[in-house]
Design a protein around this ligand. Sequence first.
Ligand code: C5P
Length: 231
Amino acid sequence: MANQNNNTNYKNLVGPIAIDGPVASGKSTVGKIIAERLEWPFADTGLMYRAIGYIMEKESISINNNVKLYDHSLNAKITINDDLVTLNGEDITDVITSPTISKNASLVAESSQIRQLLTNQQRNMVTQARGKIVMVGRDITTVIVPDTLHKFYLDAPSEIRSLRRLSQQNRAPSAKDIKNMQSQIDERDARDLSRAASPLRISKDTQVIETAHLTLAQVVEEIMVKLIQRK
Ligand code: C5P
């Protein structure tokens, strides 16, 4: 099974592959591995919302100043190339992972105008890749490419997602770290689920994968198998 993608089964696979899920559900890690296996490009759309969240911070724009934020966003050139993110040529890869930018991104994501802007850019990315792209986010299965055959939703309880996110640090997390992380995650999830514009939803033909008791490799294999079944 491990090298199943080496056989001809995947040669004629028609994309795109869309993966949604709540904060820290493993979408990016899993999506990136699948993209590497298929030799397709990978796009983490959360990074684009984070780039706009960074504009808010850099230009000191309030989330209530929709007009100014939209104006800046309209003129922003955001590029995502695997892990490298640039905004108007500036490498912002590391700065956009901070808790402040995470929260800004989540606030920005409530704006229907900003969403429309990014939706257009993301659909262009799909077109440019001729559909052969793995894209992850919150509205890929419901808004960006709802008609694709390959739609997945990764899920796990927020306690588990918090621990996974903290395990990426170099030190053992304290009980306070865990509590803080879980409350940040719960707050962002609640905003994604309750907003009016493209809320996080599981559409009826999306395949849900509960990852709580699965390893990363098992999640990847499950998706690889399902891709063939739906070809
Ligand atoms: O995936 P990540 O946590 O980096 O995304 C940052 C924020 O961007 C999320 O909290 C979510 O509110 C928003 N987002 C979105 N739609 C997407 C991708 C991300 O609303 N397709």
